[in-house]
Ligand binder design. Sequence first.
Ligand SMILES: NC(=O)c1ccc[n+]([C@@H]2O[C@H](COP(=O)([O-])OP(=O)(O)OC[C@H]3O[C@@H](n4cnc5c(N)ncnc54)[C@H](OP(=O)(O)O)[C@@H]3O)[C@@H](O)[C@H]2O)c1
Length: 266
Amino acid sequence: MSKSSTTFSELEDGWSYRMRLRIRQLVTIEPDEMRALFWSFAYFFALLCSYYIIRPMRDEMGIAGGIDKLQWMFSGTFLVMLAAVPLFGWVAKRFPVPRYIGITTSHGRSHTELMQIMRTEDLDFVQFTYNIGNRVVEDTLLPLAADRGMATLINRPFQRGALFRKVKGKALPEWAKEFDCQSWGQFFLKFVVSHPAVTCVIPATSKVHHMTDNMAVNFGKLPSPSMRKRMLQYFTSLKKATKQDFSQSSRIVWFCRSCLESNCPL
Ligand SMILES: NC(=O)c1ccc[n+]([C@@H]2O[C@H](COP(=O)([O-])OP(=O)(O)OC[C@H]3O[C@@H](n4cnc5c(N)ncnc54)[C@H](OP(=O)(O)O)[C@@H]3O)[C@@H](O)[C@H]2O)c1
């Protein structure tokens, strides 16, 4: 049975089961996350103990032993660390963690330098900006990453929200349903992830309902290459809402009595 298929109800009765239930009352955690929670707690506990308990105790002991002998205490600490650091390195090497090396940029900056590094270094991933309104990387970074077998992480998929301002008040086209798209957020994200050289997209949000909306992109169909062209054509044909549009719509809401009497004080 795999770890992830274990459920709480399947766990043996006993102290460990009761402890898990107690922990679950404090934090939202899945059974297969318990091990990681325990180890991270142990690491932080040991780290904070050394900073806030062992170090002050050592300093106090050093001062109690006489200030003129302090150099021996620090020399002793130095010698212990000299032995402990290689030992730590040896232990850390016995437990290797998956590690990926990559570089990032955004806003279309430093593409020439980025490409130079991608050509010469053996990177696992690269991160840069790509979205339906800013597609310069389609001819440069994306094909190079594919050639070099590098994973791509895409930032600013909504051009920091500017794309939403462009489509404000505009209906999502009916044909978006053909690739399981329910919102403008999903439209923009599906455009990015359907590019064959894109591995992952990292949209930002401060709102849970936007995150739920964005997460839905992980399911359902992705647009085909011909659909991507259609999406692009539709998006570029949209006229950005102008100041005048906004002021006209706001007038409808904010007309006050003085305005109606042509005596507007503003
Ligand atoms: N490596 C680098 O150099 C670098 C540089 C820049 C950014 N980044 C990373 O890239 C990611 C994205 O960057 P970003 O914040 O600049 O831009 P972004 O993801 O393109 O846009 C974020 C904006 O979109 C809005 N939004 C998100 N989901 C939405 C939805 N479903 N419906 C409507 N509005 C929605 C957010 O508003 P709400 O908050 O209201 O949802 C926010 O204003 C971040 O994780 C960031 O750390 C990396």
